[in-house]
Design a protein around this ligand. Structure first.
Ligand SMILES: Nc1ncnc2c1ncn2[C@@H]1O[C@H](COP(=O)(O)OP(=O)(O)OP(=O)(O)O)[C@@H](O)[C@H]1O
Ligand SMILES: [Mg+2]
Length: 291
């Protein structure tokens, strides 16, 4: 990376709306890579993404992205990042390809480079057939994919994706995951928010959980799972269906004590022991239901 060892640096970052404190003094150092921000509805994920992508100003504290200050170096930073917001921003009057070409030209690509990149992206997001159609006629998922394709047209160094896969079908979601993985392998950093814990688990090197205005957890998916501890014993019927889940504290002693009790009562049932899921971690940390 060009500027600094840190992708994102926050020092005492605060933001509120009226009397409501949304971000309550965030401190953070993130290296380049793929990072996921989780949190219940209204936690401030979009607010943080908007500050980092220069759309919103913080109230106090500092935020540096790619070594650049989000307020002072706004212009320069805008040339290096892209943002796909929570709601689709493509122009419904233009066709898919026109949207891509317009953004490509806006970001300074030559006509020829923009056309080549647009064709490639339309192909990768399975939109080639619909490329000439007005976006107003696209389905919600198609719009979403085009939105993401548009944000990728200029090869940004850092991509912000605010709930990129909400509303996408399973196939499109997987396609986007592959795209993100490929971008990351090519050295692009990604900061995404999501309500899908599985998505964070699959993609992110580091997961941050925002709740009550603070970052309440920060680590790799497996670190977060370890902190919650507590493996679960799953009891299966003869057809492989899980008929009961027995929570444990995760220690050998506790698991074997519970297994011994189960074996005494029902010696023939099948069991597996599984680690906590990121969903369970999330519920424990936020005390709210995961979407
Ligand atoms: N422009 C604004 N004016 C007033 N309040 C706002 C504004 N933007 C956000 N808020 C409030 O700030 C809080 C955080 O909102 P934000 O959109 O950042 O949450 P989020 O974590 O992205 O939620 P979701 O998961 O629903 O997308 C909410 O209570 C919201 O109502
Ligand atoms: Mg949001």
């Amino acid at each position: 990376m060009r500027y600094t060892e840190h992708l994102i640096e926050l020092d005492g970052l605060t933001k509120g709306f009226g009397k409501q404190e949304v971000l309550n003094g965030l401190d953070l150092r993130l290296p380049p890579g793929v990072h996921a921000l989780l949190g219940p509805n209204g936690a401030g994920k979009t607010t943080l993404v908007n500050i980092l992508s220069t759309l919103t100003s913080p109230d106090s504290g500092a935020a540096r992205v790619l070594g650049l200050d989000v307020r002072r170096d706004k212009r320069e930073l805008q040339g290096l990042i892209s943002l796909t917001g929570q709601y689709a921003a493509v122009d419904g009057q233009l066709s898919g390809i026109e949207n891509l070409l317009m953004m490509g030209r806006l970001f300074g690509l030559s006509r020829r480079a923009a056309a080549a990149r647009a064709a490639d992206l339309l192909d990768r997001f399975d939109l080639a057939k619909a490329a000439g159609r007005r976006v107003g006629t696209y389905s919600g998922g198609m719009r979403r994919k085009l939105d993401i394709a548009v944000s990728l047209i200029a090869h940004p160094e850092l991509i912000f994706l605010d709930e990129p896969t909400t509303g996408l079908d399973t196939r499109s979601r997987r396609a986007l995951w592959e795209e993100i993985t490929a971008l990351a392998a090519g050295g692009t950093s990604i900061f995404l928010t999501t309500q899908y814990l599985e998505e964070a688990d699959v993609l992110a090197e580091r997961v941050l959980v925002l709740n009550g205005g603070r970052i309440v957890a920060d680590g790799t998916p497996s670190q977060l799972k370890e902190n919650v501890g507590g493996s679960t014993i799953q009891v299966h019927d003869g057809h492989g269906r899980v008929i009961e889940e027995i929570p444990t504290r995760g220690s050998a002693a506790d698991v074997s004590r519970r297994l011994a009790a189960l074996a005494a009562a029902r010696p023939d049932v099948q069991v597996t022991v599984r680690r906590p899921t990121l969903d369970e971690v999330f519920l424990q940390l936020t005390g709210k239901k995961a979407a």
